[in-house]
Design a protein around this ligand. Structure first.
Ligand SMILES: [Zn+2]
Length: 250
């Protein structure tokens, strides 16, 4: 009898789980991605012909963040990113030949020219900005139709330090200068393959001027008069909790 593996089975950003949000146990297939040396944990995309087993359903992985432990969510997040990376690197970016999956490393190898392609992480900064003792800057994303206010965030550009990215994004999105930029924590964020790097900073100078394609509103809110903010489990939630309630960052 063959042994079963705990399996992360995805269709896009949805994961197969039972009604208690537990993973299925399946037999490992040849192209499955191994997560542990003994193949106890594997990941793959749901095959076209594969039926969803009874009692199981596909759930968007964003929904699991508040129900699962951080370790569980991070493993799922790693699985979905590695599968997506593998799908997007079927050909050599150097010579165009079809690639092969490396036997032991997370790498796609070109049999023609030997070029190895490895998964890349995209660093993003996210910043919680305070003014005085009791005000926090929150901004509404122009693409988000809800009433939720979040934090200033953006991709790190080539050749830039993380602190420079914090200053630049804040200036671009809301026209403010910040000071005393301090690192807080990080969180892998699989939409698609980001590493969120959390900072706090203090308001230094300037009036709020919105970058309208990105931000539809931004204001300094009193700590006791906050609008709707990001959900528990997100790094933005932990950052807001950290500055307002002096909670430790996870
Ligand atoms: Zn090649």
């Amino acid at each position: 009898m063959s042994k079963l593996s705990l399996a992360y089975i995805f269709r896009h950003h949805q994961l197969l789980v039972d009604e208690n949000l537990q993973l299925p146990q399946v037999e490992k297939l040849e192209n499955d991605l191994s997560f542990s040396s003994g193949d106890q944990v594997i990941a793959r995309d749901l095959l076209d012909e594969e039926q969803i087993p009874e009692g199981y359903q596909l759930v968007p992985i964003r929904q699991l963040i508040s129900s699962w432990t951080r370790a569980q969510f991070e493993q799922a997040s790693r699985a979905v990113q590695l599968l997506e990376w593998r799908r997007n690197h079927k050909f050599c970016s150097h010579c165009g030949h079809e690639t092969e999956v490396h036997k032991t490393e997370y790498a796609m190898v070109c049999p023609a020219c030997g070029y190895h392609q490895y998964p890349r992480v995209q660093p993003c900064i996210i910043t919680v900005i305070t003014r005085g003792e009791d005000e926090i800057l929150l901004a509404k994303n122009a693409n988000n139709k809800s009433n939720m206010y979040g934090l200033i965030a953006g991709f790190v550009e080539v050749g830039e330090t993380l602190e420079e990215a914090v200053s630049r994004e804040t200036l671009e999105e809301v026209g403010l200068k910040v000071k005393n930029i301090q690192y807080l924590a990080s969180q892998p964020w699989p939409f698609p393959s980001n590493l969120m790097l959390a900072f706090k900073a203090e308001y230094e100078s300037g009036e709020i001027v919105l970058q309208e394609e990105e931000i539809s509103d931004a204001q300094f809110f009193k700590f006791d008069q906050l609008p709707e903010t990001p959900f528990s489990g997100s790094i933005a939630h932990a950052m807001i909790d950290h500055v307002i309630n002096a909670k430790k960052m996870p």
